[in-house]
Design a protein around this ligand. Structure first.
Ligand SMILES: *[C@@H]1O[C@H](CO)[C@@H](O)[C@H](O)[C@H]1NC(C)=O
Ligand SMILES: *[C@@H]1O[C@H](CO)[C@@H](O)[C@H](O)[C@H]1NC(C)=O
Ligand SMILES: *[C@@H]1O[C@H](CO)[C@@H](O)[C@H](O)[C@H]1NC(C)=O
Ligand SMILES: *[C@@H]1O[C@H](CO)[C@@H](O)[C@H](O)[C@H]1NC(C)=O
Ligand SMILES: *[C@@H]1O[C@H](CO)[C@@H](O)[C@H](O)[C@H]1NC(C)=O
Ligand SMILES: *[C@@H]1O[C@H](CO)[C@@H](O)[C@H](O)[C@H]1NC(C)=O
Ligand SMILES: *[C@@H]1O[C@H](CO)[C@@H](O)[C@H](O)[C@H]1NC(C)=O
Ligand SMILES: *[C@@H]1O[C@H](CO)[C@@H](O)[C@H](O)[C@H]1NC(C)=O
Ligand SMILES: *[C@@H]1O[C@H](CO)[C@@H](O)[C@H](O)[C@H]1NC(C)=O
Length: 280
């Protein structure tokens, strides 16, 4: 349960929006998100190569109950210039619970949200890969929903997780009869280069090349030196990675299982829009 003091502090700090300004559904309660030991909070801009394996997620207070995490990108460029941006579902994972002990990530002590029952994601994690097409900076937004004992909400979320493109977090949350408890976002820009120099095209139509993406991820894994200290007993879950995503040790020991998807899953998940262009 959230203490009233946490809520008071959160609202006192409401000048910072923890979901992006204007994004709905909004939350001003901080969800801590990190890739390895790198914090991904307050809209920080991260290199694409650092964010291809699902992050660790936690809260400063231990939560009672079970939760569902949603990650969306509300900045998908319109198909035709001048059109409206749309939303893409990047990840939806249910059955998360607070670990019993804290983990220190990037200097922040949090109770990691873990998936001790290894429940399969409603939508497996797809790493950010914004194309070089306006808007080139995308705000990857995480929402934590309280789905404790609510099978109807879970049924509704699971059904919604089937379609990633033209997603509507605000409608999906509302239709599930839920509200957002914690939120966060981080940025990834098309301009951000990857060490492999491979995946991103430079003129708007990034070819969907699984090989290029895989090499970027591998380069990241081999150069990662992130160190995470953890006091969570029994929370180590080996990433269910496709063989194209060789996660570093730091990234493969988070608690959220089913976190990694191979490129095959990415393309399958994207369905029709994967045909020629990645618009993540
Ligand atoms: C989530 O819902 C459960 C059941 O209603 C409740 O016990 C728990 O306190 C809620 N969590 C938060 C953080 O409000
Ligand atoms: C949430 O994060 C912001 C920015 O880091 C910080 O100023 C604020 O104190 C945090 N709020 C809580 C409740 O931890
Ligand atoms: C993240 O990107 C958005 C959209 O471009 C921008 O408004 C925001 O300032 C960025 N956040 C940071 C911390 O730079
Ligand atoms: C936390 O401890 C309680 C009591 O020992 C146990 O029932 C529960 O499964 C533990 N939770 C996790 C996530 O390990
Ligand atoms: C979840 O997966 C981990 C790692 O594969 C395994 O050690 C653990 O026993 C599994 N837990 C359950 C409840 O299946
Ligand atoms: C996206 O969904 C909205 C309704 O939420 C619908 O009006 C619109 O036509 C859809 N766009 C596409 C490209 O499917
Ligand atoms: C990214 O880095 C690679 C290798 O250093 C370089 O060839 C490429 O031009 C860079 N791309 C951008 C968009 O800066
Ligand atoms: C842009 O795309 C065209 C074909 O679509 C290609 O010929 C050209 O080399 C690309 N330019 C850059 C800078 O990648
Ligand atoms: C990776 O997958 C490909 C095709 O699915 C397979 O040919 C290759 O042997 C696999 N590599 C490893 C290291 O498992």
């Amino acid at each position: 349960m959230l203490s009233s003091s946490l809520i008071a502090v959160a609202f006192a700090g409401a000048a910072t929006a923890f979901t992006p300004v204007g994004f709905e559904p909004a939350s001003t309660n901080n969800l801590t998100v990190a890739f390895g030991n790198t914090l991904a909070i307050n809209g920080v801009n991260l290199p694409k190569a650092e964010v291809q394996t699902a992050p660790t997620v936690g809260t400063t207070e231990k939560l009672v109950g079970t939760y569902t995490l949603m990650m969306v990108d509300p900045d998908i460029p319109p198909a035709t210039a001048g059109g409206a941006t749309s939303e893409l579902l990047h990840w939806m994972q249910s059955d998360l619970v607070s670990a019993n002990t804290t983990t220190t990530i990037g200097g922040m002590k949090v109770f990691e949200l873990i998936n001790p029952t290894n429940t399969t994601a409603f939508a497996s994690y797809i790493g950010p890969a914004p194309p070089n097409k306006s808007p080139t900076t995308h705000r990857y937004t995480q929402l934590l929903l309280n789905t404790t004992g609510s099978s109807s909400a879970l049924t509704s979320l699971k059904a919604a997780g089937v379609s990633r493109a033209n997603f509507s977090a605000v409608n999906v949350v509302k239709n599930a009869g839920l509200s957002v408890l914690f939120g966060n976002s981080f940025n990834v820009s098309a301009a951000t280069n990857t060490t492999a120099g491979a995946a991103s095209g430079t003129n708007g139509t990034t070819t969907a090349s699984g090989t290029a993406k895989a090499s970027g991820t591998a380069a990241k894994a081999s150069t990662s030196t992130a160190v995470r200290t953890t006091s969570v007993a029994g929370a180590t879950v080996t990433a269910a990675a496709g063989n194209s995503t060789t996660a570093s040790p730091a990234q493969s020991t988070g608690g959220v299982a089913g976190r990694t998807s191979g490129n095959e899953a990415i393309f399958a998940g994207l369905g029709a829009i994967a045909a020629a262009v990645i618009i993540l």
